[in-house]
Design a protein around this ligand. Structure first.
Ligand SMILES: C[S@@+](CC[C@H](N)C(=O)[O-])C[C@H]1O[C@@H](n2cnc3c(N)ncnc32)[C@H](O)[C@@H]1O
Length: 196
């Protein structure tokens, strides 16, 4: 039991818990997955566990501190060899990952516990989303947690929502999920599934 579960019941406290709930449902042994913003490595660690020893994970961050922290956590868990950590912006994704991807997770905003002035940028986020959706396999997932509350967050929300809403409904299932009993600028979650 931890702060995310009571025995085997997931606690849906905030969008990251919801994101992990979907990730656990959709990612399987042998899959190929991407963490577009590895930060402190929590999402990367989950992806590495779920894809198993026959799977592969690519994880991006522009900050060396994030790469180092993620490497440390993966090494402690004995999962580092499943993950390629890339110190580069996710807007370079198509240079590293091409096709047959089951899941791409974005956790936007700033590094928790780090420099709050280094945040994801709406323009590069949009480029990375475009590249990510192009390499999904049928049934594959984009899981995006958005933080409208910080400086620049509202503009990023607008860019991500406009891009997501513009996807062809026959080719992608696009969902927006947010808690109703929290402030209007609280973080929330967008899930996009490529149709079969
Ligand atoms: C909210 S944090 C990610 C949290 C992380 N998923 C975790 O589990 O701890 C957002 C991260 O995005 C990174 N970032 C900002 N711009 C980026 C870019 N263009 N490409 C990749 N990462 C970026 C930041 O350095 C920061 O570490």
């Amino acid at each position: 039991m931890n702060s995310e579960t009571i025995t085997d019941i997931p606690l849906l406290r905030g969008p990251v818990a919801l994101s992990h709930h979907f990730i656990r449902r959709f990612l399987h042994e042998g899959d190929r997955a991407v963490d577009a913003t590895c930060g402190n490595g929590s999402d990367t660690l989950l992806l590495a566990e779920l894809v198993g020893s026959s799977g592969r994970v690519w994880a991006f961050d522009i900050q060396q501190a994030a790469i180092d922290r993620s490497f440390q956590r993966l090494t402690e868990a004995g999962l580092a060899e499943r993950v390629k950590l890339i110190r580069a912006g996710h807007e370079t994704l198509s240079g590293h990952v091409t096709d047959n991807i089951s899941l791409v997770v974005f956790n936007l905003g700033y590094l928790p516990g780090g420099d709050r002035s280094i945040i994801t940028n709406p323009e590069t986020t949009a480029k990375a989303l475009e590249m990510s959706h192009a390499c999904l396999k049928p049934g594959g997932i984009l899981a995006v947690t958005i933080y409208p509350g910080h400086d620049g967050g509202e503009r990023e929300r607008h860019v991500v929502e406009s891009w997501s809403a513009g996807l062809d409904a026959r080719a992608f299932h696009v969902w927006r999920m947010g808690q109703l009993n929290v402030p209007a600028d609280a973080p929330y979650f967008i899930l996009i599934q490529k149709a079969a």
